[in-house]
Design a protein. Structure first.
Length: 129
């Protein structure tokens, strides 16, 4: 009975973490147009990454759909790359639970994957379409 109580507490913590990730995090729009008269070479500087380059580096829906319950952390990382953050780590009654987060390829999109005892048992995406 204590093991199930501990699992319930862990699952509640994960649910709260996932709900927090699903809140609207749409950034305010900014004007990135070059000033009138700016040279074309200056606007194409390779030193400053464009927002298109940043978005392309995130997780895609096709990658997310490859994640299956029972996969290991290493298998997930082979598909999604290293996580952007470790969102939660807990251990109770000998059961470990970790939640990892990745940035998606679209604005305000994200992926979370929960592992129990080293295997995927939950995954969620927001805004990948």
């Amino acid at each position: 009975m204590r093991r199930y109580s501990a699992l319930l507490v862990i699952m509640c913590a994960v649910a709260l973490a996932l709900v927090g990730c699903a809140q609207d995090a749409t950034p305010a729009a900014t004007d990135t147009a070059p000033a009138p008269g700016a040279s074309e070479a200056a606007s194409k500087s390779s030193d400053i990454p464009s927002s298109d380059d940043d978005q392309a580096a995130g997780v895609t829906m096709a990658q997310f759909e490859q994640i299956k319950k029972g996969m290991t952390y290493d298998q997930v990382v082979a598909i999604l790359g290293e996580p952007t953050e470790t969102m939660s780590e807990a251990e109770a009654s000998g059961v470990t639970f970790k939640v990892y987060g990745w940035t998606g390829d679209k604005t305000a999109s994200a992926v979370t994957v929960g592992l129990m005892d080293g295997e995927v048992n939950s995954m969620n995406q927001t805004g990948l379409d």
